[in-house]
Design a protein around this ligand. Structure first.
Ligand SMILES: Cc1cc2nc3c(=O)[nH]c(=O)nc-3n(C[C@H](O)[C@H](O)[C@H](O)COP(=O)(O)O)c2cc1C
Length: 430
């Protein structure tokens, strides 16, 4: 059993003592600007580069320019406007949600390239970090140049979380440490972590206070909550973390006991935003839940009065949700959804980037899900998906996707996405 890492600022720690083979990108710790670990791009992407997007010139749009919304609570702010979340400057108000098993650095890189203003890591256990589990180190690593780097931590003890926060700030240069206060998974809740914290607003406050103090001047602290555990309690939790130093609070509009079949309660989110906007700290709120299409993102910003919108399932196999939502906010037109061929090309690029970053085995396992999400709803997708599930080599997976692409692009055999909008939400898969 390895010893836990020494805690405290500037604690001497040599990663080479902990690993027989260094975790990927470890060599970049002191040279974060290096591009050595940057996911490789071998296929020309249909995704626009990060930053302001050119207005779409698509002639036909199913979207009419949005009329002024009489119920709007967003004071004229649009998704495409920059925002300062408790001092953290973001180029726009679209945020990728933390998703375990999904938002690794490759996924974040793809989402940022598609225009999202901030992307959260998967949740990382504080104890796993402090015990220097090699797999956890990989989870915790940013891609070179990732800025701001936002890490979500899972835990329940203020001191342990603070030590883990110091580690990600010092080792990886995290600019934002988010505390998970919403994970509903039974094992997590039984351990008193995630959504279990919602039952104790005072503990939530102590956690934020301790973590905030530990990284003060070097990183910001936020938390992601739900509307409550089994009954609404978010206002107490939100007030507690706001007065303890949270830079912002992300609110998933469901109780812990509710599943995705219950629609997210945007009014509940609006209530938290309203409460915190009136509090002495005026802490911004990020809204989350059921933003599955570009129009949902625009609506949530307008209807809830949140400062920014967080997208989870809507981004699975669908990085275009960010570029299209920004286009919709800027021009009233999200532009056309990605064609079937663009979606398959993006899957091939994602596979390639994952192989470079995680090696063949990890990439193939992960691409089974990502690949399914990219092609969901396309012609012959079920057959392609079942073939993707059976292969164990990246080259075989790439061949399946290339063959599929050939089929889609073959003259006379071209199959385009026939839906009005982009890929449907893969809710049932997650
Ligand atoms: C596959 C998956 C993994 C998730 N992992 C996390 C996580 O690690 N931390 C977290 O706070 N929420 C996690 N969530 C919840 C999402 O961040 C988000 O709150 C939820 O999906 C609602 O947003 P949506 O309707 O946009 O999907 C996860 C959700 C999914 C689908």
């Amino acid at each position: 059993m390895p010893s836990p890492l020494p805690s405290g600022a500037g604690a001497p720690y040599s990663p080479s003592r902990k690993f027989s083979t260094p975790p990927p990108c470890q060599k970049n710790r002191t040279a974060r600007k290096s591009t050595r670990c940057e996911p490789a791009v071998t296929h020309r992407s249909s995704l626009p580069p990060p930053g302001p997007q050119a207005p779409s010139d698509a002639p036909a749009s199913p979207y009419a320019p949005a009329p002024p919304d009489p119920d709007a609570r967003n004071d004229g702010r649009t998704l495409a406007d920059p925002v300062a979340l408790g001092g953290l400057q973001l180029p726009n108000r679209l945020i990728l949600a933390p998703m375990a098993g999904v938002t690794d650095r490759t996924f974040r890189w793809l989402a940022k390239r598609a225009g999202c203003g901030l992307a959260f890591s998967e949740m990382i256990s504080d104890n796993a970090l402090l015990w220097a589990n090699a797999k956890t180190w990989v989870l915790a690593a940013p891609y070179p140049g990732e800025d701001p780097y936002a890490v979500q931590l899972l835990g329940k003890d203020p001191d342990t979380l603070a030590r883990a926060a110091v580690l990600v700030v010092e080792e990886w240069g995290a600019a934002l440490v988010d505390i998970n206060m919403g994970c509903p998974v039974p094992k997590v809740v039984k351990n008193g972590e995630g959504a279990a914290l919602l039952r104790d607003p005072s503990l939530c406050g102590r956690i934020i206070e301790r973590v905030h103090k530990a990284v003060a001047g070097r990183a910001r602290v936020s938390c992601k909550i739900r509307l409550g555990f089994d009954s609404p309690s978010s206002l107490d939790v939100a007030r507690a973390v706001a007065s303890a130093g949270a830079s912002f609070v992300s609110v998933h509009g469901r109780l812990r006991t509710e599943t995705y079949s219950t629609p997210a309660d945007w009014e509940g989110i609006a209530g938290v935003a309203e409460t915190l906007s009136r509090g002495p700290e005026r802490v911004p709120v990020v809204g989350n839940g059921d933003v599955l299409e570009p129009g949902d993102a625009v609506s949530m910003l307008a209807r809830t009065g949140v400062h920014a919108v967080m997208v989870g399932r809507g981004a699975l196999g669908n990085p275009w949700i960010f570029s299209r939502a920004l286009s919709l906010a800027r021009t009233g037109d999200p532009g056309p959804p990605p064609s079937a061929a663009e979606r398959v090309r993006a899957a091939i690029e994602h596979l390639d980037a994952l192989v470079r970053d995680k090696g063949e085995r990890g990439a193939v396992l992960e691409m089974r899900r990502h690949g399914s999400w990219y092609i969901r709803g396309l012609p012959r997708a079920a057959g392609v998906r079942s073939r993707l599930m059976r292969v164990s080599k990246a080259s075989e997976m790439a061949s399946i996707l290339e063959d599929y692409l050939d089929h889609l692009e073959h003259p006379g055999g071209h199959v385009d996405s026939t839906r009005k909008d982009g890929p449907s939400c893969p809710t049932s898969d997650v």
